[in-house]
Design a protein around this ligand. Structure first.
Ligand code: S3P
Length: 430
């Protein structure tokens, strides 16, 4: 599509180094869980530094529809959990897969009827991966040929959850855990491949009897205590500033209070293997999650055969990693990433198209990409975001190290997960 985009409607990200300290958007996954799991405590919780993007607006609406009361409308609020969950009626989950899938688990566990819908992108994403295991546990759920709208019906109650995951997805695992928790049954889940463990950590922090080892999870019926939750920075949001700094000569960025959960740090590991100059300082634990500061300095990177075991711990960071690979010496091979095909866009396709628009050699595979770095990018680069926030933000990192910047259509979609992305990026390039 080069040449077809009207510069007037596109956002231009400019070239130039990134400098300074920043706090990126609060972690989206943990924010969803703070609201949804907080609503299951029957008490009152202060939630601080919640993500306020559109995805979280969907979860706030859902939690209110479940009978919770929320005081405050910014990143800091008080959540009053309901005595009993209410049937929420129709819930619009907007663009948010996490909202829809975790809510399916809660509603299945509570045997409450509801109808969950979403925007066009969410309506194309697979929902049977959650509906089928919940149905096996006794829930009454219908999808429309595997997709939203999802209808939950009242049913006689769940039996104990004992399942092997067919898709190693944190959302599927979390839906099953929350279903069991709400139903007051046990859950034994195996087949996890180190997908993000925020649900497990938050349940443990709130007093649930839960154990997990990266492969198998066991939850015993547990009442939850209402305890305050502070959300750390989102590694998926930090990925773009970190990569932008690494690939743009003269850059140095410090990302503060970042979530360093080992099920989310695959990008940092991959970048280190590529020769990145990354320093971690001030590691500590906050509300059950490891947190610290990451300093990224411009580095000469080289291509790698990415360890396939890292992929589940960096699945949302592949667009950023691909930008790092575009400036690395040699070729980076990314595999075990077929899940990218069912994200907010088909990210194997949209990442490949973004890099090709810049003149970078890419080979597509069913489950990944090969990216060969180059020092010679096109002068005029136009990227289609396809409404996918992570593609828009990856284009900003690409632009930083480009000769003349990058034009991106609908770059405002970054606000879905990172409401202040454009302002934060402008501050780093000032
Ligand atoms: C998420 C899990 C991941 C991730 C998504 C958020 C979560 O999806 O891609 O952005 O909050 O549980 P899967 O669990 O489907 O891999």
């Amino acid at each position: 599509m080069p040449g077809k985009m009207s510069s007037a409607s596109a956002t231009r990200f400019r070239p130039g180094p990134l400098h300074g300290a920043l706090r990126v958007a609060p972690d989206k996954s943990i924010s969803h869980r703070a609201l949804l799991i907080g609503a299951l405590t029957r008490g009152r919780l202060s939630l601080t530094n919640l993500n306020t993007g559109a995805d979280l607006q969907a979860t706030r609406n859902a939690v209110t529809a479940l009978g919770a009361r929320i005081d405050g409308d910014g990143p800091d609020l008080t959540l009053h959990a309901p005595e009993r969950l209410a049937a929420p009626g129709d819930v619009d989950c907007l663009n948010s897969g996490t909202t829809m899938r975790l809510l399916m688990g809660i509603l299945a566990g509570a045997a409450l009827p509801a109808r969950l819908s979403g925007d066009d992108s969410l309506s194309r994403r697979p929902m049977e991966r959650v509906a089928a295991p919940l149905r096996e546990a006794g829930a009454a759920i219908d999808t429309v040929e595997g997709h939203a709208p999802v209808t939950l019906r009242a049913h006689a109650g769940l039996h104990a959850v004992s399942q092997r995951l067919r898709v190693p997805s944190a959302q599927v695992k979390s839906a099953l855990l929350l279903a069991a928790l709400v139903a007051g049954t046990t859950a034994q889940i195996s087949g996890d491949e180190r997908s993000r463990d925020h649900t497990e950590r938050m349940l443990r922090y709130l007093g649930a009897r839960i154990t997990w080892d990266g492969e198998r999870i066991e939850l015993a019926p547990s009442p939850l205590q209402a305890r305050d939750i502070e959300v750390p920075g989102d590694p998926s949001a930090a990925a773009f500033a970190i990569v932008g700094a690494l690939v743009t000569p003269g850059s140095e960025v410090r990302v503060e209070r970042l979530c360093l959960n080992p099920t989310r740090d695959g990008l940092l590991r991959a970048l280190r293997a590529m020769g990145a100059n990354l320093t971690i300082q001030g590691e500590r634990e906050v509300c059950g999650e490891p947190v610290g500061d990451v300093i990224a300095r411009a580095s000469a990177l080289h291509g790698v055969d990415l360890d396939p075991a890292l992929l589940p711990t960096m699945i949302d960071e592949v667009p950023a990693l691909a930008v790092a690979a575009a400036f690395a010496r040699g070729t980076t091979h990314i595999r075990n990433a077929a899940e990218l095909r069912v994200k907010e866009s088909d990210r194997i396709e949209t990442v490949a198209a973004m890099l090709e628009a810049a003149g970078i050699a890419v080979t597509r595979h069913p489950d990944g990409l090969d990216v060969t770095g180059t020092a010679h990018l096109h002068e005029r680069i136009e990227v289609a975001s396809h409404g996918d926030h992570r593609i828009a933000m990856a284009a900003a990192a690409l632009a930083a190290a480009s000769p003349a910047g990058v034009y991106v259509d609908d770059a405002q979609c970054a606000r879905v997960s990172y409401p202040r992305f454009h302002e934060a990026w402008a501050e780093l390039q000032r």
